[in-house]
Structure formats: C-alpha cells, structure tokens
Ligand binder design. Sequence first.
Ligand code: HEM
Ligand SMILES: *[C@@H]1O[C@H](CO)[C@@H](O)[C@H](O)[C@H]1NC(C)=O
Ligand SMILES: *[C@@H]1O[C@H](CO)[C@@H](O)[C@H](O)[C@H]1NC(C)=O
Length: 338
Amino acid sequence: MNLVICFFLFAAFALLWTWPSALCATQTNRTLHVKPAHALARNFYHESCPRAHEIIRSQIVKVIKQNPSEAAGLLRTMFHDCFVQGCDASILLMGPMLSEQFAAPNMRSLRPSTNLIIDHIKAQLEAACPDVVSCADTLVLSAAIAVQLVGGPHIPVLLGRRDSSSAASVQTVVANLPSPQFNIFGLKQKFRSHGLNSKDLVALSGAHTFGHAHCRIVGLQLTPRVSADLDIDFAANLSRICLPANNPANGAATVHLDFITHDRFNNNYYKNVLNKVALFHSDAALLEAPDTKDLVQRYAKNEEEFFEQFKVSMLKLSEIGVLTGKNGVIRKKCSVSN
Ligand code: HEM
Ligand SMILES: *[C@@H]1O[C@H](CO)[C@@H](O)[C@H](O)[C@H]1NC(C)=O
Ligand SMILES: *[C@@H]1O[C@H](CO)[C@@H](O)[C@H](O)[C@H]1NC(C)=O
C-alpha cells in the first residue's frame, strides 16, 4: 500500500484510527503519526514567562542546599502525581475535594515539605507571571532540577502541562500505584499499564538510591519472619531501628533507602539490590526476571548507562496523561482548585 493511500486512510478514519494505523504500520512508521495539537515544548514559557525556569531553579537550589534529601520528596511526589490521572498536579490538591494524599500509599508517607516547597515557588511564579505557569510543570521541573543538583543526570523535561481541577479518588490512587510487596509480574504490569516497559521499570526504580522509608513499611520485610530478600546483618540493623520491641516510636521512624550514599543520586541502588541491602520486596523482585536482572547488573556496573536510561524514562514518566492546550486549568495555588 503506498503512502498516499495510507494518508487518505488516516484522514478518513481519523476517529477510528487504530484500524488504518495497523494496516499501514509497515509503511508509515513514526513519521505519519500525528503529533498532539498542543505538544509540550522545552521553551514553552519563553514568551509568556521568560523567568519561570530561573525562578524555579533558584528556589530549588536554596532548598537543596538546606536539605538535600528534599530532592527525594520532590521526585516521589512527581511519580505519584504522574501515575495517578497523569502529570496534572492532582496530587497537590488538598481541597475542597478529598485529597489524593489521604490514600494509603501517600498518607503519612509523602513529605508535607514537598507541598510547602511547591507552594512557595508557585507564589513567586504568580508574582512574576500571574495565571501562566502550571503546578504540574512546577512539580516536574522542580523534581528534575533537584535530581541533578544531588548528582543525577540533566533531564531536559518538556513544559506546557496544565493542571486538573479535581483529584482522583483514593481507590484510583491505590489502583494505579505499585505496592512494595509486588513481585516482578505485578511491577511489570503496573508499569506497562502506564506505557512504561521493563527498562523504564528498572531505571526508574533507581530513584530508590536516595530518600527514606518509614519503619512501618520496612517492617513488612522483617515480620513475622525476616524476608529472604535481605542480607542477615542488614536485616538485624533494620530490626534494631524499626521493630516495635526495640523502638517505641517505631512506625514513624525512618531509615535511608540507600544507607551508603543516602542523599546522592547515583547508581548505588543497583549495588544494594545485588547485595540484598535494598529495603522493599519490589526492589529485590527486579532480580526475579532475566531481563530486569540483567539491567540491574548493568546499571550497577555502569552509572552512565543508568543515567542515560533514567533520563529517557523520566521524560516518558513526565509526559503520562498530560493536559495541554485548552484542557485543564492553571491553578493559582497548587493546593486548591481555583
Ligand atoms: C517500582 C515500584 C515502586 C514501589 C513499589 C515503590 C515504593 C516505595 C515505598 C514503599 C517507599 C517508602 C515510602 C514510605 O516509607 O513512606 C518509596 C520511597 C521512595 N520512592 Fe518509590 N516505589 C516505586 C518506584 C518509584 C519510582 C518510579 C520513583 C521515582 C522515579 C520512586 C521514588 C521514590 C523516592 C525518591 C522515595 C523516597 C521518598 C522520600 O524520601 O521522601 N519510587 N517508594
Ligand atoms: C521504522 O522505524 C524504525 C526505527 O524507529 C526503523 O528501524 C525502521 O527501519 C523503520 N521502517 C520503515 C519502513 O521506515
Ligand atoms: C550494620 O550496622 C553497623 C553499625 O552501624 C554498620 O557498621 C554495618 O555496616 C551495618 N551493616 C549492614 C549490612 O547494614
């Protein structure tokens, strides 16, 4: 079938376009795939708010100087935003509707400081260019800048996302996020349902190279029995810090995800997984399938390869379900729908 006919079919079947696209797949390839009318762009605010990037960057530089571990909070909140209803800043809404932050994976787990950081930056953006820069872009760009400031790769995220005016239900949050008790099949499936493959799964899991976890979650690997995922000495250390018998303030206490370089973004996570000193079953589970195991071994040896894939996977993550063009809104305050 020649290109002209294919093009005609694309036009004629614009509404049902899976059929002609399957038919023409071998010939048309990616070039004919129509770009969304309002695509994201690197320089989206170039005219509407030229200082946007600089405002966000200077604030994140300050935050990270004060407390580098905030980078982990920003990155995780971005992940939990993008996996639930798309990267639309719905995670930041605290009212008037029920907040996503009350869902089990977020409650007493996401850092409240992340919301404060974003609120503060957004206030400055509003002062410079009212009603222009979205909360969704602010969160994504803040996370990307923070990751780089603590040693990670430069991630050239695109901008132009708009914000939702509603939050997802707590059921939707739970249904869309992976559990730390997932095995490799559950992990692959959850990522695939968001358009992410095994490479994305392994590379993005590398985010567990910084930040902290709460003992109530770490405890799942320690009781009723110590999980075979864990090195014996490491499990003993975790038990000493986390178990109720040894620590009355148990559930609220935290441990570093990477006890060797806890505030640095590097490839140490993969070494930890191989050494059985990663915290969750979902980390150890990356060794359960040959393809993901191979990637863990490669990233443990080659940080450059990890960084390169992390960059690619972050760009994919940051573009899940985005609202663009006339869709969505620009929220003035990220915590409330206008
Ligand atoms: C593969 C499936 C994943 C599972 C099951 C998972 C699960 C978890 C859990 C249970 C915690 C600890 C929460 C707590 O104790 O309060 C955590 C922390 C964290 N996760 Fe994940 N996660 C996954 C993937 C990701 C991805 C894709 C990212 C980002 C790209 C990410 C970034 C983080 C960060 C940075 C932290 C530390 C947060 C902080 O210090 O505030 N995780 N994760
Ligand atoms: C389609 O694109 C892929 C790379 O994305 C390339 O390897 C392949 O040769 C292309 N096929 C055609 C028919 O152009
Ligand atoms: C356990 O804790 C001790 C003392 O803090 C430390 O020296 C050791 O490296 C830890 N071992 C593991 C495997 O975490």
